[in-house]
Write a protein of this length. Structure first.
Length: 427
């Protein structure tokens, strides 16, 4: 009996040594991209499930994404699609080339778009970080997902520098997070957490790369209002809109925040939470516009945002910052909703909006009674438990950027969802 146990132990030891040898061989012989004399620009994505591309069926041909050596992972190679929240699992996925649950990421298309705009001496490094179904408090400094993200940036920086790159730096991080903070009601201040994240990620990345440039945060907008248990579209006080409104406030007030766009204009898999692969690509093209402007030190891209309201006894006017006029009510890409997504909610929890019309860079909302002390909202609606451009919280307002930027679909700026007091200027 003892002899059998010894044989079993020896057998396992042999298997372990064989596996270790194979692993060592693969690591030693794995082809790295030649970055000698080149600038490596690192723009990863961080957040929860949308950052990781959950349910977004793979569209990008990974073999062609980095075939010319212009686009690389955190390992400065072209082995994309092996992300896992568990470091050991991710290691073995790469080892055995296990591609199950390898989804479409917005940053793949972002990197492709940038590669067409930047010189041959520039390499784009991109990869995902974060953890699905996780509130921001558990993705911030001191948590495992945050540290793994920093470790990946540090690894990329080390490999690139060892490979003789001219420079490695991080101009921006794409941020896709917020669904859990809307639907799960964590007892936290989302705006304060996001501002702290901005401060921490700047400090921690600069300590790795030794760059002097600030790291910009390119933000989308989470939109899972109808999945929150207590959400009521007619409630004058809406806790659920605090998260999406945070993105609007910071895009208006903080120069380190740049826009990609909201998620509501896009199809969502099973109409639950996750945008599909083509939608991830559209988000990536918007991210690329901001990333390129950041690197070229061009004016900040903030998206289509409300910049103030005013009212009379019978209507409300919402003024917008419009990147590419004219404004348009689009009922083709987004299923038409009441008053194109605009509502005016009184303290008595009534929507008094009766119509919405475009007047230049503003929207005039007619009301059935005085809007004094009311709140004006956009895209705060939708069928319960639904998301996306058909039945979820949505609006029909966009600009006309896509008339001149078609890659391959029109790349419009859609208005960010918002919830602000009448006669106010957002903070």
């Amino acid at each position: 009996m003892r002899h059998d146990i010894k044989i079993t132990k020896k057998w396992w030891l042999a298997v372990l040594l064989l596996l270790l040898g194979a692993t060592t061989y693969i690591i030693i012989n794995e082809q790295k991209t030649d970055v000698e004399g080149k600038v490596v620009v690192c723009i990863p994505v961080y957040g929860q499930s949308l950052a990781l591309g959950e349910e977004a069926e793979r569209i990008t041909d990974l073999s062609s994404l980095g075939s010319d050596g212009r686009i690389v992972t955190e390992n400065i190679d072209d082995k994309f699609g092996y992300f896992d929240g568990n470091t050991l699992k991710q290691y073995f996925k790469r080892l055995f080339r296990y591609r199950k649950r390898s989804f479409e990421l917005s940053v793949y298309t972002m990197a492709e778009a940038l590669s067409h705009q930047l010189g041959a001496d520039t390499v784009i490094c991109t990869f995902p970080g974060g953890q699905g179904a996780t509130a921001l408090a558990h993705l911030s400094r001191g948590t495992s997902p945050y540290q793994r993200f920093l470790d990946d940036i540090s690894k990329a920086c080390r490999i690139a520098n060892n490979g003789g790159c001219r420079r490695f730096y991080v101009p921006a991080v794409c941020f896709m997070q917020g669904e859990s903070d809307i639907a799960d009601y964590p007892d936290t201040d989302y705006k304060q957490l996001l501002l702290q994240f901005k401060h921490d990620i700047n400090s921690d990345i600069k300590a790795i790369t030794h760059q002097t440039e600030d790291i910009r945060i390119i933000v989308y907008q989470a939109n899972s209002l109808t999945r929150a248990e207590h959400f009521q579209a007619l409630s004058h006080n809406s806790r659920e809109t605090l998260v999406p409104q945070t993105f609007v406030d910071l895009l208006l007030s903080d120069t380190l925040f740049w826009a990609s766009g909201p998620t509501y204009p896009y199809p969502v898999v099973r109409e639950v939470v996750h945008i599909d692969g083509k939608s991830q690509q559209q988000m990536g093209r918007l991210e690329a516009l901001s990333a390129l402007a950041i690197m070229r030190r061009q004016p900040r891209i903030t998206g289509l945002l409300p910049i103030g309201t005013e009212h009379t006894d019978s209507d409300v006017v919402v003024h917008f910052s419009v990147p590419r006029p004219p404004l348009v009510f689009d009922t083709i890409q987004v299923n038409k909703t009441s008053n194109y997504g605009f509502s005016v909610i009184t303290p008595a929890n009534r929507d008094i909006a009766t119509s919405a019309t475009i007047t230049g860079n503003s929207i005039r909302i007619a009301c059935s009674s005085s809007p004094e002390n009311a709140r004006v909202r956009y895209a705060v609606n939708g069928d319960r438990m639904k998301s996306g451009n058909q039945h979820g919280p949505r609006g029909n307002l966009r600009d006309s950027q896509g008339d001149s930027i078609i890659s391959p679909s029109p790349l419009h700026n859609w208005a960010y969802q918002f919830d602000i007091p009448v006669s106010s200027w957002p903070e």
